[in-house]
Write a protein that binds this ligand. Sequence first.
Ligand code: 5GP
Length: 181
Amino acid sequence: MDKIRLFDKTFKPFLSYEEIAEAIDNVAEKINADFEGKGEVPILLCVLNGSVMFCGELMKRMRFDAELKSIKLSSYSGTQSTGKVREMMGLTGSIEGRTVIVIEDIVDTGNTIVQLKKSLEDKGAKCVKICTMLLKPEVYDKDVRLDYVAKEIPNAFIVGFGLDYDELGRNYKDIYVIDNE
Ligand code: 5GP
């Protein structure tokens, strides 16, 4: 894996596709253990755009029926969280009385999932589970329980595997971290 350049910044290899896939295998098994054979059909809520690749990989590993819905949120500008979560595309259809599994690419400050969980509960969800591919535990300081975490990472800005820097970099199958050298 070589370094990549997006706009003014250079990123160096951080997690290979194989490492990501193994982490997804493990988290998918935990979700299967909770839902397989239970008869309930949960809603998978893909938080666009960053979660597209993770959500696809996760779905391939799921051994129970689920419905897919998407929502588009935005809180980052460049490499920084703005603290304000904007809804760019809302939810269609009812989630009343349903179990919703939120599929996030990464939890950083947690502002996004705190706001999203409350909004889903306000819309009548019976139960909201949070599944994230990545977590920055050094930054996350909220009380919302993260039910399924594929991998913990240090506090640094990353791109690839769906994650972007000003909309570029989502297509890389490996994950890269900002190179400050
Ligand atoms: P939070 O609201 O938890 O601070 O941030 C969550 C959202 O910020 C993620 O869904 C993602 O879109 C974005 N984000 C947080 N950390 C990173 C990062 O290291 N790289 C990229 N590309 N996006 C990030």
